[in-house]
Ligand binder design. Structure first.
Ligand code: GLU
Length: 429
């Protein structure tokens, strides 16, 4: 590993689950495989720009609270920075830095002209009113005003944010520069230049990857037993689309708990139930209750962790019964667990491939915003599907050629493309 004083961004969490160290380990592995020059590796190991801002917010009760917000821009050698904005109590600078690095490889892997970035505010959105969240989002955007823009860095939704927050960000940016700038964020409402198909995009991409992986095993989605951890932006959409395609979604969970039905859950009914039940699947009639921990150990063909990082760890990896694990979340399988699954012959479809559908449609949204020509949903879905299917088969081919697991193959492709671009551009000055 390349050592540097810059790497420890703040007090690290335990080494085996520190997200930034894990991201660097995967990078180091790819660099070894690619025989990457040490200097190039050193450049790619560090985020180019790290911004931390204080966000003072007046609460509805008149009190003032100060939150910490981050934006990390990892590498813009291929194009403007791109990546989501996360609202979660566990957000740290190290986590955001890891996720920014993942975005660089993800964009390069699927062939879209972006560099990686990520933003986040350490807060629990459930503890704030909508007006407070709006004030927080607008102040955060204002603090970052010089660091974002359609040609600089384009935020999008991530855990805890959605089209609503993107609309506030777009409006705040536009008011500051004096004219409407739809291209400054993606994942925004369709009324202000959002793309059709963006809301379901990450889940649709996951469904496509599961479909391709099953097809490779001579099976279709029909009847495949699927377990999904997470029922939000990603897990919820994947559940709906997999169910529509005939898969048996036997269990899903959210932050409040999970539900299980070995015969397959009625996903449209569960979706409606969850919306009425304060976004909780708990108590869904006819289903058995399961905890998030139990859910990961259920028998199934495909396990889809679609919530947060570090869910499958050295502690519970031996309980996983699935033959295929699809990382719909970013970093849900720890480094140690990844090796254990690999040794057991379980296929892990890595996050930078499996959840790339979201940023692919973000790219299509940005292109539509820049050209002021808007497409129908069929065209958006088709363009995304082409890129996802192509990336999937490239990863499979790379894995066979190099005799490496799919994650290493995805990394060698992503890192290799960025390294090539960096070598071609040369180091400035
Ligand atoms: N937050 C999503 C991700 O991790 C989407 C990012 C984007 O659309 O820019 O891939």
């Amino acid at each position: 590993m390349v050592s540097s004083s810059l790497r420890p961004l703040e007090a690290p969490s335990p080494a085996h689950i520190c997200p930034f160290d894990q991201a660097c380990s995967y990078l180091d592995q790819a660099a070894k495989e690619l025989h990457l020059d040490r200097g190039l590796l050193a450049v790619l190991s560090h985020p180019r720009k790290v911004v931390t801002v204080s966000i003072p917010v007046k609460l509805d009760n008149g009190e003032v609270e100060v939150l910490a917000g981050h934006r990390v821009q990892h590498c813009d050698v291929l194009g403007p920075y791109k990546g989501g904005t996360r609202y979660h109590p566990d957000v740290t600078l190290r986590e955001v830095s890891a996720l920014a690095m993942l975005m660089t490889w993800k964009c390069a892997l699927v062939g879209i002209p972006y560099g990686g970035a990520k933003g986040g505010i350490a807060l629990d959105p459930a503890r704030y009113t909508v007006v407070e969240l709006e004030r927080i989002t607008r102040r955060y955007t204002t603090e970052l005003i010089k660091d974002i823009g359609p040609a600089i860095d384009i935020p999008a939704p991530d855990v805890g944010t959605s089209a609503r927050e993107m609309a506030w960000m777009m409006d705040t940016y536009s008011m500051n520069v004096g004219h409407a700038v739809p291209g400054v964020v993606t994942g925004k409402p369709i009324s202000i230049g959002g793309s059709r198909g963006r809301e379901m995009a990450t889940g649709r991409g996951v469904m496509i990857i599961v479909r391709e992986a099953m097809a490779e095993r001579g099976r279709s989605l029909a009847g495949a037993k699927v377990v999904i951890q997470g029922f939000g932006n990603v897990g919820g959409a994947a559940a709906v689309l997999l169910h529509e395609a005939g898969a048996k979604v036997v269990a899903v969970s959210d932050a409040t708990g999970g539900v299980f039905d070995p015969e397959g859950l009625d996903i449209p009914a569960l979706k409606a139930y969850s919306l009425q039940n304060h976004r909780s699947v708990v108590g869904f009639p006819g289903a058995k209750a399961v905890t998030n921990a139990e859910l990961l150990a259920l028998p199934c063909d495909v396990l889809i962790p679609a919530a947060l990082e570090n869910q499958i760890t050295e502690e519970n990896v031996h309980e996983v019964q699935a033959q295929i694990v699809v990382e719909a979340a970013n970093g849900p399988v720890t480094l140690v667990a990844d090796r254990a699954l690999e040794n057991r012959g379980v296929t892990v479809l890595p996050d930078i491939l499996a959840n790339a559908g979201g940023v692919v449609v973000s790219y299509l949204e940005w292109v539509q915003g820049l050209s002021y020509v808007f497409w129908d949903e069929e065209r958006v879905n088709k363009e995304m599907e082409n890129l996802m299917v192509h990336a999937y088969h490239r990863v499979i081919q790379e894995s066979k050629e190099r005799q490496v697991p799919l994650r290493v193959a995805a990394y060698t492709l992503g890192v290799g493309r960025v390294a090539q671009a960096l070598a071609d551009r040369g180091l400035y000055p």
